[in-house]
Design a protein. Structure first.
Length: 279
């Protein structure tokens, strides 16, 4: 029998090949090509437009890090907005927090949520949480038009191509600024500084043009090429490098802890140089 491999094409010159046991689902939604695979070594995975989004093996690193850093550095993160995040991993981590009183989640593609609930239930495990209001809409339009105000916004978007391009731009960040309380914070996944240097740099500079305090932190997520993955926080008041006194201790996590929180903001020299504009 023929071997089945999935080629993830990161550029004309760089592919990652994943050995596949079974194609569980394949469809073209109104927004993107959606594939769910069962792989030999990474468990079940979600692929959108040819790019790996989450794998069962390492999703905990990304989801713990995009959620717990901001939730533990904001003194009262009661009302939170997630943009994107259709696989449900960010929501799962957020719902561990008892100080969370309500979460609005705006995902453009309802087929992502439906398929992740069916095929990736360990990731999509919190959609029944009573604090959740789920909207299937464009996050860009939602942020422009909502009258709600939030303590924390988490932008868990796909790469800056297709429907996610504007989620990395200044106009979107200005609208986020307007819907955040005076001590609000936003965290965005901001790509690989080594491999997607332009996208990383632009995200940082765009956030800097809007928020007084902008900080980058890193995590190693093998699924995402290449090198450490970055997250960038824009904050109106609180320093995201500090764990605040009110932070809830999270138990049962596999990656995040107090030392990781602080250490993740220590940046290698080549990344500091990119942020200074020297690269
Ligand atoms: N962890 C992932 C990564 O970095 O590869 C991202 C996970 S999540 C699957 C990304 C989600 O963002 C997708 O489900 C996609 O449909 C959604 N998305 C893209 N553009 C969007 C937009 N404009 N508004 C709301 N959701 C959007």
């Amino acid at each position: 029998m023929h071997e089945l491999w999935f080629n993830e094409q990161n550029s004309e010159n760089y592919q990652v090949k994943w050995r596949v046991k079974k194609v569980l689902h394949h469809e073209t939604t109104p927004y993107q090509e959606l594939v769910i695979l069962e792989t030999e070594e990474w468990g079940k995975v979600l692929v959108l437009d040819g790019a790996f989004q989450v794998t069962e093996k390492d999703e905990f690193i990304y989801h713990e890090m995009i959620v717990h850093v901001v939730m533990n550095s904001h003194p009262n993160p009661a009302k939170v907005l997630i943009i994107g995040g259709g696989d449900g991993g960010t929501l799962r981590e957020l719902c561990r927090h008892q100080r969370l009183k309500s979460v609005d989640m705006v995902e453009i593609d309802e087929r992502v949520v439906a398929n992740c609930r069916q095929y990736l239930p360990s990731i999509a495990s919190a959609f029944a949480d009573s604090r959740l209001k789920l909207y299937f809409a464009d996050g860009i339009e939602f942020v422009k038009n909502t009258a709600e105000k939030y303590d924390v916004v988490i932008v868990d978007s796909s790469d800056p191509v297709g429907p996610a391009v504007e989620l990395f731009g200044t106009a979107f960040y200005n609208n986020l600024d307007a819907i955040l309380h005076d001590d609000g914070m936003v965290v965005v996944q901001s790509e690989s500084p080594l491999y997607y240097t332009e996208a990383f740099k632009n995200t940082y500079n765009n956030l800097k043009s809007v928020f007084p305090l902008v900080k980058v932190y890193l995590a190693d997520i093998p699924t995402y090429v290449s090198g450490p993955w970055s997250f960038t926080v824009g904050s109106k008041k609180h320093d995201p490098t500090e764990i605040c006194a009110e932070a809830e201790k999270q138990y049962g996590l596999k990656y995040y802890n107090d030392n990781v929180h602080r250490g993740a903001f220590c940046l290698p020299s080549y990344i500091e140089a990119i942020l200074r504009g020297n690269e």
